[in-house]
Design a protein around this ligand. Structure first.
Ligand code: 6BB
Length: 628
């Protein structure tokens, strides 16, 4: 694993959750608070012409403070890297939530869509256009609230949002006609179009404009014609039509959207937001930090405001603020005391050549290792009145300062399952529950020709039932099972398949076969049949579809991504269900890179093809062929 000196003592890095272009996103623990964060890591040497875009992304995320925009806690710039420490969203992508449910009800769609409208109205009010709005860029937090991510393509037109932009970028399926035509366009108007596609995807479970050929996809978008499935209410249809107007001047604008009857139904009030850009001053959090690091509250506050999200202290303050909002105790690990001291000593903030604060300069002055200062009389114990709770906290090197006369928040977090122990081994196998059923698109009236063919001709009903029926069964039992993976599962290229149960059963389709090797061979055959190159590691097949998309590159911005490129993993595993005695053989899927909808379609097709074979095996009662 790559170790980054700049993060040492501050963040414990865990697994990679996203990777693309020049950036990767890793899960991490903020050591001082024990809170989970996401860290976007960008290597400067790989940025090239994209450097101004990264700077804009950082500037935007520093400015934007909204409940439904993923919060930036800290930026660390070193000579070689940028590290953006961002809010953790344990619920994963909205995209997976849609796939899991096939499509969302109007009520749930409205709840989510109001949050998106609120975030986008806020961005626009501050002069920013997102330009890459899609369900993959909307994450869910632990409370099922949406958070917008990826401001890597955002724009802040000089002179305000009424000024035109010229760069074609974003994802083709969400791109407005004026973008495809390469015309000048207004950022606010292309965002509204993408939101129309997004709302359609929420309510329908598929895209309004879709095609394997990028040329046909563009034709469909320019034509502006899409199917309106029968389950869409009149009001939903009207709103989608207002957003998917090919003529941008006729498209609904963000103010009208906030007040649209579909948006206000059941809520009475329109979507609203406050235009703030400064985080609030919370005396309790400040005094907790002041008690911990010995700085005066006012000095601390000034440092945090002036340093503009470059300090570890600011990240700690913001994470403690989040804990307080959730009703959790304010605690700081004594392990990090030396880091805070270091920041207090450096009064003049050193600046890196490029103008962004250089955190490494300070780290080079520090010992660079985590020191347990709990024995120091100035530190933890002088500030904490000893209680059984505090003893417990000390065991984890966390302190919960208690100042005289100050009301203390709950001392123990009943619902706090994240480990506050910095040294504790992270859970490297957390997954989201996603059910990918071959039937998703069969309900739709907007099937692509290819999908229609597969369903009507290539996949016999029995084969589809083999996967589909069992998946439904899995949905039922998923919640009551205990998460458990066999220890062998961590071994790469293992000889035995991974055993999954409970929470591990997400993104998993069950099969009717009892023989993992047989399923593996059928999967390999299906991938081969589809012309997908794959690599095998034990029971894992890694497939990659080729890049055949057209790229529209203008200026220095990221072009439309190649439409058909995606890489993914299919793993044959054993499904253990406490409700039934017999284990099943399942297929777990995971998107590694590329377009989410392409991934979904490829998986559907490969699984359907493999299911055909498996159902034949079942009919022939061919379990005895298990030694293939
Ligand atoms: C972020 C995140 C924040 O993720 C691949 C790209 C925040 C991701 C997260 C999660 C799942 C589980 C736990 C945490 C800012 N920018 C990008 C981010 C990008 C990846 C999202 C998932 N798909 N929390 N999480 F997504």
């Amino acid at each position: 694993m790559v170790r980054y000196a700049a993060l040492k003592g501050l963040y414990d890095l865990e697994k990679t959750i996203g990777c693309g272009g020049f950036a990767k996103v890793k899960l991490a623990t903020h050591i001082a608070t024990g809170e989970k964060v996401a860290i976007k890591i960008m290597e400067k040497s790989a940025l090239g012409d994209d450097l101004p875009r990264v700077k804009l992304e950082i500037e935007a995320m520093k400015t934007l403070l909204h409940k439904h925009v993923c919060r930036l806690y800290q930026v660390i710039e070193t000579e070689s890297h940028y590290f953006m420490v961002i809010e953790y969203c344990s619920g994963g992508e909205l995209f997976d939530h849609i796939v899991e449910k096939n499509r969302l009800s109007e009520t749930e769609s409205r709840k989510f869509f109001r949050q998106i409208v609120s975030a986008v109205a806020y961005l626009h009010s501050l002069g920013y256009a997102h330009r890459d709005l899609k369900p993959e860029n909307v994450l869910l937090d632990r409370d099922q609230n949406l958070k917008l991510i990826d401001f890597g393509l955002c724009a802040k037109p000089k002179g305000g949002m009424q000024n035109h932009l010229y760069t074609s970028c974003g994802s083709p399926t969400y791109a407005a006609p004026e973008l495809i035509l390469g015309k000048k366009y207004l950022g606010s108007q292309v965002d509204i179009w993408s939101m129309g596609v997004l709302l359609y995807a929420l309510l329908c479970g598929f895209l309004p404009f879709d095609d394997n050929s990028i040329e046909n996809l563009y034709k469909k978008i320019l034509n502006g014609k899409y199917d309106e499935p029968s389950w869409l209410s009149q009001s939903s249809q009207r709103l989608i039509r207002a957003m998917l107007q090919t003529d941008p001047s006729k498209r609904i604008n963000i103010q009208e959207l906030c007040y649209h009857p579909w948006i206000t139904t059941g809520f009475l009030n329109p979507v609203m937001f406050t235009k703030k850009t400064n985080f609030e001053k919370d005396e309790e959090v400040l005094s907790t930090m002041s008690a911990f690091c010995g700085d005066f509250e006012e000095d601390l506050w000034r440092q945090m405001v002036q340093s503009n999200r470059t300090e570890y202290k600011t990240a700690t303050y913001l994470l403690l603020l989040d804990r307080k909002r959730r009703g959790q105790s304010l605690r700081i690990s004594t392990f990090t005391k030396s880091q805070f001291k270091q920041e207090s000593v450096v009064k003049e903030i050193p600046r890196y050549k490029g103008g962004v604060h250089n955190f490494l300069t300070k780290l080079e002055q520090s010992p660079g290792i985590r020191i347990n200062n709990s024995a120091n009389p100035e530190t933890a114990y002088a500030l904490i009145s000893k209680t059984p709770d505090n003893d417990k906290a000390d065991a984890n090197n966390f302190m919960e300062p208690q100042l005289p006369g100050r009301k203390r928040l709950r001392s123990m977090d009943v619902d706090d399952t994240s480990s506050p122990t910095p040294s504790k081994k992270p859970n490297t196998r957390s997954k989201q529950v996603v059910t990918l059923t071959p039937s998703i698109i069969s309900n739709s009236s907007t099937k692509t020709p290819e999908v229609r063919t597969r369903q009507s001709t290539t996949t016999p009903g029995s084969a589809r039932k083999v996967i589909l029926g069992l998946e439904r069964g899995l949905n039922r039992v998923r919640c009551v099972l205990t998460p458990k993976r066999s220890t062998k599962s961590e071994i790469v290229g293992r000889e035995e398949p991974t055993v999954l149960s409970g929470k591990g059963l997400c993104n998993v389709s069950s099969t009717s076969s009892k023989c993992p090797k047989y399923v593996l061979s059928r999967l390999r055959r299906a991938l081969q049949h589809k012309g997908i190159v794959c690599r095998q590691k034990g029971y894992i097949l890694q497939g990659e579809t080729e890049f055949i998309g057209t790229e529209l590159k203008k200026d220095s911005a990221r072009p439309f991504s190649s439409r058909n490129a995606c890489s993914f993993e299919l793993e044959v595993c054993i499904l253990k269900d406490v409700m039934s005695e017999n284990p099943l053989v399942g297929i777990r899927r995971k998107r590694l890179k590329g377009d989410a909808w392409v991934y979904r379609r490829v998986c559907e097709e490969v699984l359907a093809l493999a299911a055909e074979d498996i159902s034949i095996e079942q009919e022939n009662n061919a379990e005895s062929k298990c030694l293939i």
